[in-house]
Design a protein around this ligand. Sequence first.
Ligand SMILES: [Zn+2]
Ligand SMILES: [Zn+2]
Length: 237
Amino acid sequence: MWTALLISMSAMTLIVALRYLLTSGAFALATSRVRPGLYAGLSPQIRREIGWSMVSALIFGLPAGFVTWGWQQHGWTLLYTDMADYPLWYLPLSVFLYLFAHDTWFYWTHRLMHRPKWFRIAHAVHHASRPPTAWAAMSFHPIEALTGAVVIPLLVFLVPIHVAMLGVVLAVMTVMGVTNHMGWDMFPRWLVHSRVGEWVITASHHQRHHDEYRCNYGLYFRFWDRLCKTDRGLVSH
Ligand SMILES: [Zn+2]
Ligand SMILES: [Zn+2]
């Protein structure tokens, strides 16, 4: 039993680390093609970003591996594999519920971490990336990594979701984490400045958080920033 738990937690750590390296690597490569020289002189910073991200991979991997083990061995969680268990319309709704819950948790913990004391302790590491790169996606102090690592492992006990939809949530989480830090918007200007862009966060929005600190705290949506008047709009690239 303990062997299975150890294998599950090691496997998850390895998966999270590889997922980070492949996704950040792919978008860093794209950046070198689309915006040559954007990361010039940032090699020491990028090395630090990768180092912190590897520690974060362990912090994300352990609870994920623990819950996956509990799901397989003991039937924990509200994860389901049979599409017929819930109505089809629940599939997209569950993705939205997960993203919105994660966004809400992130917005409020992120604002807390901008209080001077917590900033020094837990969040300064993430803001040491000036400007952030595609490698900064998981560049967090272990305390901040822990606040992010518990979200999905807790949500699977509270909100039912099909495993494939959980895959969608994790894919969105991974890609947005990387692309929102890479320094340029991969979406066309018309989309970023459209109705969708008014509510969904892209690189131009999160970049402004890294430039100015006291605004644009959200993760996926601009809902909380707009409601709490912390939204200062996009930075122009
Ligand atoms: Zn950031
Ligand atoms: Zn911040």
